[in-house]
Design a protein around this ligand. Structure first.
Ligand SMILES: [Zn+2]
Length: 139
């Protein structure tokens, strides 16, 4: 009974025409704005097209390790982690709220297809989500 259930789940073909994705995070799929199901690879392609049109996108800040001397770097990823963009710059600013609480404001910058993007992360930890916005072109 259980075996049959698992079988039918993995055999499911998604709206994008691919089977469900398996990744470190989970087996599953993503859904787009219209509620269509997508595998994680198509999700990355979709997210990229979406961003190429200059739309805001929710991304996650993750810490990665390079091959060379274990250098650490940061990446902005989409939810399944199939879209990975190298974070080129991180600016950190401390300020105080009107009530005197310290606020740690972190802005990340990256480039995608020659367009510069930025996003403000509320929390400097891996997995923090932020809304990426395209920067206005300087004239
Ligand atoms: Zn797909």
């Amino acid at each position: 009974m259980i075996d049959q259930l698992l079988q039918s789940q993995t055999d499911t073909v998604l709206d994008c025409g691919h089977p469900k994705s398996t990744s470190k995070i989970s087996t599953g799929y993503a859904t787009d704005k219209d509620g269509k199901t997508l595998c994680y690879d198509c999700c990355a392609k979709n997210d990229k097209i979406w961003m190429d049109c200059g739309n805001h996108q929710v991304l996650y800040l993750v810490e990665s390790k390079g091959n060379y001397q274990n250098t650490k770097y940061y990446e902005a990823t989409n939810w399944p982690g199939t879209l990975r963009i190298h974070v080129s710059d991180i600016k950190r600013k401390f300020k105080f709220s009107p009530k005197g609480f310290p606020i740690d404001r972190i802005t990340v910058y990256f480039t995608l297809n020659n367009r510069k993007w930025s996003g403000t992360v509320g929390n400097f930890s891996t997995g923090s989500c932020f809304v990426a916005r395209p920067l206005k072109e300087k004239k």
